[in-house]
Design a binder for this molecule. Sequence first.
Ligand code: BES
Ligand code: ZN
Length: 944
Amino acid sequence: MELTKAKAAAGGAVVVVLMVAAGLVGHFATPQTTCEEVEQTTTTTDTPTTTQATPTLENYRLPTSLDPLHYVVKLQPHVNGNFSIMGHVEIEMVVLEKTSNITLHMAEITVYDDTIVLKNKADQNDLQIKDHEYDPSREFFIVHLAEELSVNTEVVLSMDFEGYLNDELRGFYRSTYTNENGDQIMLAATQFQPTDARRAFPCLDEPALKANFTVSLAREEHMATLSNMEIEATEPVEGQAGWVWDHYHTTVKMSTYLVAFVVSDFEFLSDLAGETNFSVWARPEAMDQADYSLSVGVDCLTYFESYFNIPYPLPKQDMVALPDFAAGAMENWGLILYRETAMLYSPEESSASNKQRVATVVVHELAHQWFGNLVTPTWWTDLWLNEGFASFMEFIGVDHVEPSWRMMDQFVVDTLHYVFGIDSLESSHPVSIPVGHPDEINEIFDSISYYKGASIIRMMYFFLTEATFKKGLTNYLNNFAYDAAAQDDLWQFLTEAAHEDDTLPSDVSVKDVMDTWTLLTGYPVVKVERNATGTAATVTQDRFLLLPSAPDRSDAAPSWWVPLTMTSQDAPDFTRTRPSAWLTPGTPTLILDGLPSADAWVLLNLQQTGYFRVNYDAGNWELLTKQLADAHEVIHVTNRAQVMDDALNLARAGQLPYETALGLTSYLAKEKEYTPWEAAMSSLSYVEKMFTRTAGYGPLRTYLLDLITPLYDDVGFEDDLNGLHLDQYKRVLALSWACHLGHPQCVAESAQQFGEMMLNGTPVSPNLKSTVYCSAIAGGGEEAWETAWALYLEANVGVEKDRLLSAMGCTKEIWLLSRYLEWAFTEGSGIRRQDARTVFRAVANNDVGRYIAWDFLRNRWGTISGYLGGFTTLGNLISYATAEFNTQEELQQLESFYETNLDSLGTATRAIQQAIESTRNNIGWMDANYQAIVTWLEGVAQGV
Ligand code: BES
Ligand code: ZN
């Protein structure tokens, strides 16, 4: 996933010095003072000796005295020249509180001093400017006025400036690709969220400070520009032959982070979505991969208009696939930008999961057009609401576009189980979290915000019912349209709808319930213990932790509002997803009665709609085991996935004997559905990872091979591109496990298919490519690796490039792995900056590559963080490298790395803390479980 990319402006780091080439300034004025010069005379937070205290969270916020109304932004980026951007901005503002200074955000920009003008809007008179200063730590450009401005005055501040098309994939940046003639083609694009609009033009760069934008972009005649709106007029740039201005229509009221520009030679494909002109853009050679995203986009835009019951407000929507893009995609209003793999789909080369990724990302970004763009979080603390909501709507939207994909079934394995893993650590954090500094803002674009956010919104969708959920949502969106809102505002509108529809008791609000899920860290395990007759049970909750925290807890144990749904063997009905009872913080113990007798199972959390695990007494687990073995279809497929994931993780946390959990998995021999398999295998992969370097690996491998082989035999090595989507997923799951575990036929088949591809160019079928490439390169030495590298350089399809990048990390040749890591972090090696982490992850995932990756990370920390600079979360690299750590030595290495680099960890701080905690967990897990599992495996091997 590409979701945690953005690295922040390091607080206190030196601002890049711009190369101002004389003579290129053209019709703009001559620079007098640059912000760099001002910076030298201004106190900064560079060193501990500064006189200014480190700003607190609030200090990073702009003063509340001014509200921007309208921006005129004119930019001339020299995409094919020296990369300078000549700029002019006019900002119309209204005074909310009397003030004698105007504070803007600005970074890596040089302002031409004598062009700074402030006018009173009403009479167009100049207002006198005393001086101005730049505060680099807060990226503030502060204009001091001679006189105080009184409330309600409207003023216009204008200035000329110069910026720079950087190569850091943030702000206004440049990118290149090689066309089919081998020429290097330049382009420029933007990535502003969360705090980088200020790198393209001076602005009040906070999400709630919405304004209308009138944009003009200058381009050379052979290029095209795009922005949020349609072009109103194009005219020559005076005195500059070959250049024209594209003047855009003024936008609706919107946030700065959603403004976007693209300058390129791309081609496009168009269609109509109702009244909206919908186009997709890509480099000419990739245009044959653009049809699918266009059809998904058109279909989904219309669907969301009816789902939210609010028309899409802009006349057009453009989506662009960029060769260099830090995130996966960005929801700029009317101009959604993607990395190629997230938008382009090639029927010949893309796999089923590549296709699902495209549909998912397109739908996610379209959901933001309402939730995020029309109504925006008042501050980044509520980012989770934006991202969590869009991550939930992915499933609703893709389910509409591709109903046969069973997206609602996929949610639990794809999103819920995944984030459970992260949220079971002590070092997790609440979804709603106060943030100030850009580093902190960037750090919360993480799995908790996205996937826990999505999971608790899904829970709410089920306990409110879809109709109530939609009603509250539409009212909320209409009420705050073109404005900003906080989570409590949404809760209020949903509560009103729920009380109207009677889906929530009148003395309970959505806020009561949801505050427990957004403000507390972690999630509960609900324990169900039935009495001797079985007819009553006590139900309690406790935070689920992989490693129980130290007993001296000073705080009260956290406690949630838990919606309970239940069915039983007497009358199994898994459709009743509205809660029949609630566990509440006030009554942490609940007695459920009216249950069936002790010989019939009960099961809670139907379709796993709730964000919690369930543990039962031994008797009930036994009954469930028997049900699965005898007739597993009686239990809903999603609850089969739930049982696999809950049982194996309860065992991992020491709350259920491993014998019980592993015993449950034996029913899989009869399981034909993808999601329970996926749930089981991803939990078992933990055991496999821990065992990799132990004597017990042999018996474990045999056990896992015995488990997966019937599935492997069932699905076969033959790809079926017309088969059901989840059947294709199931085949990939079986094959990749079989080959990974060294299933002889799987390995031989892979080598043969790769060989045929090398020899006669016979392509491998799309779904099989990843497995075949990895397996063949693992066993194929230098020759196979070089073949893959050549294919990588030639490939015109992004996902094929990605696949090869990952597969090249599968080689067992240590020197190839080392060289590969070097290349990944070297400019011009052929590996794009955006892809360095893919390479790193591939090497770290490899049993022989793991230490190479860890050493590389430790020895080259400075270089790596410098190279990734603008975007990638370094934290990811740490979790990739340390995922399998489970020894004291590894723990010590990690701790000493933490201590040595304390000052330069930046956005990676939490990742290291998580890695340390995970390593401790793993060590504890080995001590507690290794021997017991070995004994169990021996018993299975002997048929006990
Ligand atoms: N708003 C984000 C893009 C973003 C991510 C901006 C990180 C700044 C930092 C966008 O809506 C998004 O969530 N993109 C995802 C893809 C999505 C399908 C999960 C991404 O980039 O990975
Ligand atoms: Zn998003």
